[in-house]
Design a protein around this ligand. Sequence first.
Ligand code: SAH
Ligand code: SF4
Length: 351
Amino acid sequence: MTDLYRLLPEEMEQLVVDMGYPRYRADQILLPLYYKFPKVINDIPQLPKKLREDLTEAGYTIGSAKETHRVVSDDGDTTKLLLNLTDGTPVETVLIQYPSSKINGHPRSTICVSTQIGCAMGCVFCATGQMGFEKNIRAEEIVAQVIHFADILQQRGEHVTNLVFMGMGEPMANYDEMIRAVRILTHDRGFGIGQRNITISTIGLISGIDKLAEEDLQVGLAISLHAPNNELRKKLVPTAGPNSVEDIIEAGRRYFKKTGRRVTFEYALMKGINDSPKIATELAILLKGNGSHVNLIPINPTAGDFNRPTQDSIREFERILFNAGVNCTVRIEKGIEISAACGQLRIDIVG
Ligand code: SAH
Ligand code: SF4
């Protein structure tokens, strides 16, 4: 069985040619796949019946994610879904809308996709990390998460404007499937989202960052730093291993040099752990002068005994970075009441 959502447009072309059909038939599959979201091959009426039969006989299918739970935040801006993958594994996917930020009259609509079930990195504050690693998500299953929301949005006259790889799992630890999904989703004959509207977030796997820089893609990179020194980082990211803070920052610099895309450092702020003015100063010294951007994320209390800092200490942390000339924003966490941090809904429902 091969899911048609797994194929790059060039591969789709090769497939129809190999089956003895003219090349243009590929577009008659691709267009409906990415604009009409059919659930089965027979939902593509413009394809000759014989081709539909040939595809089915050759074991091609259209995979889709089956929604089993939906939670919407009180303000309606965040929708979190549990989707069953084709093998029945539940995965978390989130839509975050920003009604005040309009793109061509439509609200900015960001989909947050998962790349793994669980995660082997074991970050102590992360619900997904505490689950341990279960399995990698295939490219077509990453695409299916986006298609599911694209369908929901289309019915409201809206569309997906941005994509972030910030759901469950470490994208760089599932590199080949992640990059295949990015190529399908950004291909102008595929889903067609702009490369610049995608951000890939990593815990700092250096080989993955360097590989991504060579892909000739204009995707954004976010590196989850969380600490300005190795001693503290190791406590928060126990698997950080040989990837030192300095090496990770250096890899971010190489990514910027190669792609021209600014790198964002994510920093989950935890009360009494990594939020002191001393640590802010250390972080400022580490990052100043290299044009990096810091995204401060007040922690969503999930795993372990981690709490959000007070508003005052968040502001103070931000001020220290700002005064050192380090570009910094505080991420307004949307949907905290629906367990918006990655992995939380799945834990609430599946355990
Ligand atoms: N594995 C990748 C991408 C998925 S996690 C990474 O770690 O970057 C996406 C982001 O959510 C990361 O920045 C991570 O630090 C953050 N995160 C995880 N648990 C969180 C929590 N409980 N509260 C706030 N942010 C959290
Ligand atoms: Fe994995 Fe990212 Fe969670 Fe760390 S924060 S455990 S890398 S998903």
